[in-house]
Design a protein around this ligand. Structure first.
Ligand code: NAD
Ligand code: TYD
Length: 353
């Protein structure tokens, strides 16, 4: 496969910006990336500062909403797009519980727009890769793993909107022969994650000595994957995955939330001790549970491993240490997110809460 003009949607978000950085560093990608991002509160062009200089002529940024079908068609034509890697989404479960509207627009209508445009321009089109989540499968009991055969049972407005987009992708392959691949991945962590998600939120609060909110009894389980492992899996699937297929991606790293929060406390106590050597575990605060909170996610990625040879490279303890180091070294990035335009945007669109 020789992609010439790859449209990456949501490339200023957490995983999208890591993916662009990761892909440009690969010798087997020599094409151009057109990053289409609306720059919501979660989109931060600063994540890719200097990328256009590092890779001259190969990076284009367009501020645009994937819900604007006319504009998407224009971008498609202007840049002669021959592949899409689709990250753009509203991505936070708690926000979807408070205000689901934008999840329905971006995650469903936005994905539909892109699929339609790819369908209409199919003769020159190589691949539509859609990034999705393991949350579409619902919640597991204490045993078992999600496979690609697990029935969809989404429980939050976020996961329901992602499930809808996955179904549309499948339909466009089955009905129109669109060359698609789909990946359903577990929880990611690493640099540039917006501090509304568990790991960066706890790191930032713990650095500042603020309470560390743990929902419910803290025993909900997620399967954690370091973000660059996810990026590598996506690229492998885009290149060699069978068209029309789904691949699960996971970290082999099931952890209870409370264990993660304690690990962050202990690592920070070592890397940045508090005055008087107080333990940050004292900051842990159990709070009211999230409504409909899925108990456990865990991924079986045998298919991806057996057929395409991928497995995660980073272990959770080393990945977590690296992530904490990154947040400690990027205090100005954090400051800008906490103040100014991003906060203003959140207030305008989501109110204070
Ligand atoms: P993120 O919230 O950090 O970034 C989302 C990006 O999409 C932002 O840059 C935002 O500005 C952009 N965006 C939002 N609405 C848009 C619109 N209408 N038009 C154009 N751009 C828009 O999200 P993330 O954590 O990087 O997740 C990326 C993708 O991966 C999502 O599809 C998400 O469902 C999926 N995913 C995330 C995880 C995870 O743990 N973060 C796990 C599995 C799958
Ligand atoms: P999150 O990072 O929001 O990802 P997701 O809901 O997509 O899995 O949450 C990860 C887990 O951490 C989830 O079980 C909810 C829990 N959680 C807390 O206990 N406290 C928090 O402040 C947040 C944001 C999440």
């Amino acid at each position: 496969m020789d992609i010439k003009n790859l449209m990456v949607t949501g490339g200023c978000g957490f995983i999208g910006s890591n993916f662009i950085d990761h892909l440009f560093a690969k010798p087997d990608f020599q094409g151009r990336i057109v990053n289409v991002d609306k720059l919501t509160y979660a989109g931060n062009p600063e994540n890719l500062r200097g990328i256009d200089i590092k890779y001259p002529g190969r990076y284009i940024f367009v501020k645009a909403d994937i819900c604007d079908a006319g504009l998407m068609q224009e971008i498609f034509d202007r840049y002669d797009i021959d592949a899409i890697c689709h990250f753009a989404a509203e991505s936070h479960v708690d926000r979807s519980i408070k205000r689901p509207e934008s999840f329905i627009h971006t995650n469903i209508i936005g994905t539909f727009n892109l699929l339609e445009i790819a369908k209409v321009n199919q003769e020159k089109f190589q691949i539509f890769h859609h990034i999705s989540t393991d949350e579409v499968y619902g919640s597991l009991g204490p045993e078992g793993l999600f496979t690609e055969e697990t029935p969809y049972r989404p429980n939050s407005p976020y996961s329901a909107s992602k499930a809808a987009s996955d179904h549309l992708l499948r339909a466009y392959h089955e009905t129109f022969g669109l060359p698609t691949t789909l990946s359903n991945c577990s929880n990611n962590y690493g640099p540039y994650q917006f501090p509304e998600k568990l790991i960066p939120l706890v790191i930032m609060n713990a650095v500042e000595g603020k309470p560390l909110p743990v929902y419910g009894d803290g025993k909900n389980v997620r399967d954690w994957l370091y973000v660059t492992d996810h990026c590598e899996a996506i690229w492998i699937i885009m290149q060699s995955g069978k068209r029309g297929e789904t691949y699960n991606i996971g970290g082999n790293s099931e952890m209870e939330n409370i264990v993660i929060v304690e690990m962050i406390c202990d690592l920070l106590d070592e890397m940045l001790p508090l005055a008087g050597k107080r333990s940050r575990r004292e900051l842990i605060t159990f709070v009211k549970d999230r409504p409909g909170h899925d108990r456990r996610y865990a991924i079986d990625f045998t298919k991806l491993h057996r057929t395409l040879g991928w497995s995660p490279g980073e272990s959770f303890p080393t990945g977590l240490r690296k992530t904490i180091r990154w947040y400690l070294d990027h205090t100005s990035w954090i400051e800008r997110i906490k103040t100014g335009e991003y906060q203003q945007w959140i207030k305008e669109h989501y109110g204070e809460g």
